[in-house]
Design a protein. Sequence first.
Length: 178
Amino acid sequence: MENIESLFGNIAAFAFDVDGVMTDGGILATPGGELFRTFDSKDGFAIRMASMKGYPVAIITGGRSESIRNRFLTCGVRAEDVYLGSRDKIEDFDDFCTRYGLEPEQVMYFGDDLPDIPVMMKCGCGVAPADAVQEAIEAADYVSPCAGGKHCVREAVEKVMKLQGKWQLDIALYKEKF
């Protein structure tokens, strides 16, 4: 693995899978088919901080629930940057990069399972939670010491932003945006 400065120093955007990264992978289902997930508030705050500091943020997930979109809208992610029902994550990742004029090397992507590996291999820094499947861990440039849904997003996003001198809360901007 490369050193943290070379991995994190040029990151200009973040992209995330949801189940197993933003959540612990558990999904509750009602008899009517409604699905429920539990998200970590510290991970959500890290996304808010990134959004406030101008980092484009994408959610690229196979999940289809509008509750996913609604969760990330509250974190400052733009509706058009939430890719639900993604079956070809590279296609959605490329769309995100194109819309923001980003090179793939400028994006940190978080993934935990086989569908995430192509994006993890293409982006500038692929991140896996500590409890990702072995193939995702092997594909990752950085493995968080935290499990999915247990601050792995916060841990890595905060490291990037601190390295880049952007991890300071602007209360006035926070009140305005959230």
